[in-house]
Design a protein around this ligand. Sequence first.
Ligand code: SAM
Length: 283
Amino acid sequence: IKPRIAQKDVTLHILKTFGIHMSKKLGQNFLIDGNVVDGIVAAAQVEQGDTVLEIGPGIGTLTQGLAESGAAVTTVELDRRLLSVLAKTLEGYNNVKVVHGDILKIDISREIGQANYKVVANLPYYITTPIIMKFLEERLPVELLVTMVQKEVAERMVAKPGGKDYGALSVAVQYYTVPEIMFIVPPTAFIPPPAVESAVIRCTVRNEPPVQVTSEKMFFRVVKAAFAQRRKTLANALKAGGLGKDALDQVLGQAGVDGIRRGEQLSLEEFAAVANAWSDLAS
Ligand code: SAM
């Protein structure tokens, strides 16, 4: 039986043995709390027969939890120094494949094959959102994504219309997935402790979008314009986004949305209505 990596003394011992100094640039904050590892594996509902793509294994802390669930795990790590560490810490887990590379550059389907898969990641916070959006926008065959994010980012992802947290990220994530905050993680769960609180978010990918749009490009153009200047009315924001004065009245009239409202008050349905009216006019 292998010791759990998700413990402070075990982690420090591994780092010392391999002479690893954690890289701030690569966002290396390693989990040392076994309950958080268990919570992430449970949130992803990982079971035998599943295919899991883990991103950023570090020294294998979360990978170990995933491996013990019996799923087939492919894990992608950018830091070359950690490859020899992972070879040792994950020794004996025959269901784990470690890939060296940048998740934004490698050919994922080549590593994973054709199966649907679950994405599990505890990544540097500055690249987490672009990575989540890449999987969603490219419509990769992902069932769900469970990731650690900064708590504020998790709150923006699940935000409903009307509050300051609601923005283009909320609309995009909710268009593609059903996001849920699973639990909050304090800085003490990592070494070194990050400056901010974290949250584990689960985004279950939808089979169908929640609203019908004629053009996704137009939908996201409207969303982007509406939130580009949050203080502006919807009418002014759409004008700034390229909609002419006469067309504006027609689009808002057809959509049944009042132009004096602000973007942060619009539901996905209302964004879709505006986008579809604009698409009709443009066609
Ligand atoms: N999963 C481990 C844990 O929970 O303790 C490590 C988490 S640490 C926050 C993030 C890891 O992602 C680091 O090991 C870092 O080297 C790796 N990483 C950073 N950017 C990456 C990228 N673009 N592709 C793959 N891995 C990356």
